[in-house]
Write a protein that binds this ligand. Structure first.
Ligand code: UD1
Ligand code: UDP
Length: 368
């Protein structure tokens, strides 16, 4: 059984569903919690995945209490009816944490896809770091995307026989999305100008930090007529309110509705640079050689920082303003960051995970 509920989980689990459906020895059951609605459905449509169960829990402006209690109560009867041999969850959302908790209560084995990412600060990102650490305690199969992630699990005392380095399933998804001849009306609007790609949604950034980000971005755009920004905005009403208050009337930014993952990857591949607080985008942009200013204090993806394509700039207005301006004005700094780096796998993560689940391949983590 695969259980997921938000856009990024869907992007990274749908390729795995399609791989598992092709395996004769495996029966798959797909459960979506519906923690996201429109943004989840967009991805399900792209990958032609039809869930067997949909808990439909999303409420506008939902709290962590709403998500946690609704999933916990609604998933129990499904787990009891289906009696899965293993439940696969992904990453670090509330859907992931609560599903793992429900499995623990019912003593059903959990497989954690994208296991072992850590900042070691349970309030940053909030609540994701807590979520993934808790799932790490209960999971039987730990599919770490990188060696660093696997080492995090081992150093926490995880049994090495339960840790596998598979690569990240997002790289599998990316094999088929980016096209050289891709066009889009928004890219025509940008024309020969520099495309700045923006996303922002993190719960710990809601409020003043998000206002700081938007103010800094607007100041730089006002000073740089050669830039145009595209910002596919998250559906969270608090994000929309902050963007409306700080960015309204700025002619050099287009705030658009969430775009399909196919479009998103092509926008990333064509941008000059990206400003984001997203997790997944920190994995994607570096592989296109696009510099990313990460508007967060911590990252669980140090591989990209080590490689030089990601830079943590926090949420202080002056620091974001200076870092963004510097990246536009200093060619040396730009060139140092703009090189392709992909520490997240070779695009075969899904088939590795399926092989491990079928018992075909046994290659747990080994001391390097
Ligand atoms: C969630 C995850 C976060 C992940 C993010 C990906 C948790 C606690 N947070 O945060 O880890 O990075 O998804 O985007 O699990 N909304 C809609 N339609 C949608 C989606 C959201 O209207 O399709 C609105 C609703 O008002 C909803 C709000 O956005 O209540 C917030 O959604 P929620 O899932 O609680 O938090 P995210 O910030 O999206
Ligand atoms: N994404 C998308 N459409 C958008 C914005 C993002 O398809 O309008 C994709 C993006 O390519 C990445 C994922 O969504 O794969 C990131 O999701 P998000 O930033 O919501 O969550 P996070 O990764 O921070 O958990």
């Amino acid at each position: 059984m695969l259980v997921f509920g938000t856009r990024p989980e869907a992007i990274k689990m749908c390729p795995l569903i399609n791989e598992l459906k092709g395996r004769k020895k495996i029966d798959t059951v797909v459960v979506v919690t519906g923690q996201h609605r429109q943004m989840l459905d967009q991805v399900l449509n792209t990958f032609n995945v039809i869930p067997d169960y949909d808990l439909s829990i999303m409420k506008p402006g939902q709290s962590l209490f709403d998500i946690t209690t609704n999933i916990l109560n609604n998933i129990k009867p499904i787990l009891e009816k289906e009696k899965p041999d293993v439940v696969l969850v992904h990453g670090d959302t509330s859907t992931t944490f609560v599903t793992a908790l429900a499995c623990y209560y019912l003593q059903i084995p959990v497989g954690h896809v994208e296991a072992g990412l850590r900042t070691h600060n349970i309030y940053s990102p909030y609540p994701e770091e807590f979520n993934r650490q808790v799932v790490g305690i209960v999971s039987e199969y730990n599919f770490a995307p990188t060696e660093m992630a696997a080492n995090n699990l081992i150093s926490e005392g995880k049994d090495p026989n339960k840790v596998y380095i598979t690569g990240n399933t997002v790289i599998d998804a990316m094999q088929h999305t980016v096209k050289k001849d891709y066009t889009h009306p928004e890219l025509e609007w940008v024309g020969e100008d520099k495309l700045i790609f923006i996303t922002a949604h993190r719960r710990e950034n809601l409020g003043e930090p998000m206002h700081n980000m938007f103010r800094a971005i607007r100041r730089v755009l006002d000073e740089h007529p050669e830039c145009k920004a595209i910002y596919p905005i998250h559906m969270n009403p608090l994000v929309r309110k902050a963007a409306d208050e700080e960015l309204k009337g700025c002619s050099r930014i287009h705030i658009i509705e969430p775009i399909e993952v196919f479009d998103c990857h092509n926008f990333e591949a064509k941008c000059h640079l990206c400003l984001t607080d997203s997790g997944g985008i920190q994995e994607e942009c570096p592989s296109y050689g696009r510099p990313v200013l990460v508007m967060r204090d911590t990252t669980e993806r140090p591989e990209g920082v080590k490689a030089g394509t990601l830079k943590l700039v926090g949420t202080d207005e002056e620091i974001i303003y200076k870092s963004f301006k510097e990246l536009l004005e200093n060619e040396n700094i730009y060139c140092e960051m703009a090189h392709a780096c992909n520490p997240y796998g070779d695009g075969n993560a899904c088939s590795r995970i399926a092989d491990i689940l079928e018992g075909k391949m046994y290659s747990p983590w080994k001391e390097q």
